[in-house]
Structure formats: structure tokens, C-alpha cells
Ligand binder design. Sequence first.
Ligand code: PLP
Length: 291
Amino acid sequence: PIVFLLDVLPADAVIDDVDLAARITPAGDGSGVLSVFDLGPARGDGIFETIGVVGRHPQSVEAHLDRLTESAAILDLPAPNHAQWRLAIARAIAELPDVDQSAVRLVVTRGSGGRPTAWISATPADGFPERENGIEVVLLDRGLPSDVQERSPWLLAGAKTLSYAVNMAALREAHRRGADDVLFVSSDGFVLEGPTSTVVVRIDGTFVTPPPSSGILPGTTQLALWAHLEEQGLPHEYRMLTPEDVLDAEAAWLLSSVRLAAPVRAVDGRPLPMDAGLTARINDALLSRTD
Ligand code: PLP
């Protein structure tokens, strides 16, 4: 792994690249750089982004930095300086070995003593047989209503926080049930998202995903897919979905920045059609992004 620590700059600080570079320091493989009192590890109090890298091209950086900014606002953390993060991303990627795909992770914690801690890491990614083989998912109750964002903003719905213990526990529950992944359902019966992914289904030829207002994380991969569908003149929309909608769909996928589109093969053991050709075209489009 490649790690750099960032000396956090105010969002509006305008300084030249030389000064910016001085505030991004190599931290070896990242071992031994964090205080045990840092509120990131101590409380999961912080935010992150995971960006897919194809060759040496980081994908949808603007969308990721915008979401990092939104997460910071929701958690009352200082707004990130985009120029500093762009330079950090470039420096981390420059250190990667020659591989097809990698992942870059941006992290900001509440730190300690009132000063946030920030770092970036880059790691080569493994292969993704799921893109062809598909995944089996289980429906799990998230226990929160679909209007949680409006009703209980302190639950931080819509922010990509470091508190992923619940998401990881849900994945372990899926594995216990012999499945690969999870589709969360709201307490009022709507399909939400995966623990690390956005759900997209195809119904009567229209691509559908739940609206971000339902308390889910707005996905950057889903946004990139929407841009592609727009370009191709293919119908797509935001709409609330029930588990029955997913079970009756022509196809369904879980979308995320590094794995990209994984077709859903079964929901709670009930098989779903997989459209191999369409999935390949979606992943080709997602892999060939230029932004
Ligand atoms: N929803 C959740 C809860 C996630 O953690 C993620 C990504 O990790 C996503 C959706 C998909 O977002 P993206 O496509 O930007 O990776």
C-alpha cells in the first residue's frame, strides 16, 4: 500500500502546487502514523471516499470530491480543499505498480485536539469475477424508515462515514446465509442500497434506482451510468422500489466504484435473469470513463 498524510488546508486556500506538495507527506505503508486517541479509529468519526483507478486514471474524481464535501458538511467537518486532494490522488497513483485496476481511498477523521486527520492510500485491486458470474443477494431490514434523512438527520444518512461496522456485519450475515451481498430494505418496505453499493434495476426497458432522498448514499458509479444512458438515449429514472419490483425486474445490478456493475443472480435464493451482453456494455462504459 501507498500512503500519504495531508496537512488539512481550508477549502478556499489558494496556494501554488509547491506549497500544496509540502502539505502532502509520504507515510510509507501507513503503519504507526495514527494516534490511538484519533477520533477516527476511536469512534468511527470521520468520512471517506473510495475511487476506482483504471490504468492510472482515477474515475469520476469530481463526483467523489463533491460527495466528500457533502459528507463533511453533514458531519460538521471542515470542507475539503479539492486542489489538495487532486494533487494527493495524482501523487498516490504515480507510486502504483503497473496494474489494470486499483483503488484510492481518501479519509478525513475528526482527528484529535480539534485538528482533523487526513490521509490517502492506494492499493492494486484484485480481479472481479462477479462482473460476469453475478452475485446472490439477501434482503435485510435496515430498521430505518425511508424518510430517515428528513426525520433524523443526526443519523447521518447520505454521508459516507467511517462507521461501517453495521454495513460489514450485514455482509457477514449474507455470507452466513450462503449469499454474497445484501440489499437493505427500509422499515416501511422500500429497497434502499447495498452495504457498499447502489442498486439499479431494469423494468420495462427503463433503468431505475431509488432516489437519494430515501436515506441512501448517492452513488458516483450510478451517476456515471446515468450519464452513459443519457448519451445513449436509454430511459432511466429515480423511483422508490419494493422487493417485488426487484424480483420481477428484467435485470438488477449492484454498482460501486471499484467492482463496478455486478449483476444480481438471485434474491433470497430466487433466481433473477442476468443480461450478460448488457452487463458487459455497462462495465465497458464504466471502465472507459474519461472524467
Ligand atoms: N452505498 C453505499 C452505502 C456505499 O458504501 C457505496 C460505496 O461504497 C455506494 C452506495 C456506491 O457508491 P459509489 O458508486 O460511489 O462507489
